[in-house]
Write a protein that binds this ligand. Structure first.
Ligand code: ATR
Length: 271
């Protein structure tokens, strides 16, 4: 019988996850069906439970339900233990097992696809919401020289740092106004500014020579990427992260990690 999977979000119509998982399934010879499920903003839990009650084998969770998904699951594994956000659920009998593959996806894209060495680098993570939550631990595990979290509301960055402080002394929080004297090898945008065209108040001196500007959003040149490009800084969107986090989810569900490069190339070639 064909195992059924879905991505649940709101909105979800734009999601590329079905395309990606169908490509993975073809490549690995797995028999799966993967659909999009729109959940009402106040009804994620019921939507997910219905899907599983009807035999669904697993789901991906996207904006804005990752924290609710974290609360829904019976067991949390891997990145989901510290992230307090779940983007992948596998059903094991009646139990729901929650994972967070976003951080692994980001690190895989940076290191394997883009050739970035995080170890020893100076890294700035912008934003302290759900998106940055999921990537702090995997970034710290790569041993950057420093990981600085900057947020418009400084208290939220401080709270995030507190949660992960025991993992590394190189983690600290700051405000945008304090960035004037700092240089970073890698600047990651995990704010939601890509959605509304806003640009966090960054100084133009932010980037060290050879730096990479990375936006977790995909499919558009965000104001942040344009800001970097205007300073001749290499700027990359989050499409590779999307495909890599999907490959980690596919591995959790199917026990095989697909090749990501052809799928990234396929998506880049599409309008
Ligand atoms: P997500 O789950 O996508 O992270 P979120 O939890 O709402 O969404 O977090 C959005 C992040 O983008 C927050 O860090 C937010 O900053 P605040 O905590 O100060 O709200 C950040 N953000 C949104 N708009 C911003 C802007 N115009 N400038 C700087 N940061 C912004």
């Amino acid at each position: 019988m064909t195992d059924r999977y879905a991505v649940i979000g709101n909105p979800v119509g734009h999601s590329k996850s079905p395309l990606i998982h169908e490509a993975f399934a073809r490549q690995t010879g797995q028999d799966i069906a993967y659909s999009r499920l729109l959940a009402p903003l106040d009804d994620f839990t019921a939507t997910a439970r219905r899907f599983f009650a009807e035999g669904g084998a697993g789901i991906n969770i996207t904006v804005p339900f990752k924290q609710e998904a974290w609360r829904l699951v019976d067991v949390r594994e891997g990145g989901a233990v510290t992230a307090e956000a779940v983007n992948t659920i596998r059903r094991d009998g009646n139990r729901l097992i929650g994972h967070n593959t976003d951080g692994l996806g980001l690190v895989a894209d940076l290191e394997r696809n883009l050739g970035i060495r995080i170890a020893g680098s100076s890294v700035l993570l912008m934003g302290a919401g759900g998106a940055s939550n999921g990537v702090v631990q995997p970034l710290l595990e790569r041993a950057p020289r420093q990981l600085v979290i900057v947020n418009r509301t400084p208290d939220k960055a401080e709270a995030l740092v507190k949660r992960f402080a025991s993992l590394s002394p190189t983690l600290r929080a700051t405000g945008y106004a304090a960035l004037n004297d700092e240089r970073f090898d890698l600047v990651i945008n995990a704010t939601s500014t890509g959605l509304d065209g806003a640009l966090p108040p960054l100084p133009g001196t932010l980037f060290a020579p050879g730096a990479l500007a990375y936006d977790m959003m995909y499919g558009r040149i965000t104001a942040f990427l344009a800001f970097a490009q205007a300073r001749s800084v290499r700027a990359v969107d989050g499409l590779g992260m999307l495909v890599e986090q999907a490959a980690e989810a596919f591995l959790i569900w199917r026990g095989v990690r697909p090749q990501t490069a052809p799928v990234i190339a396929q998506l880049r070639a599409e309008p």
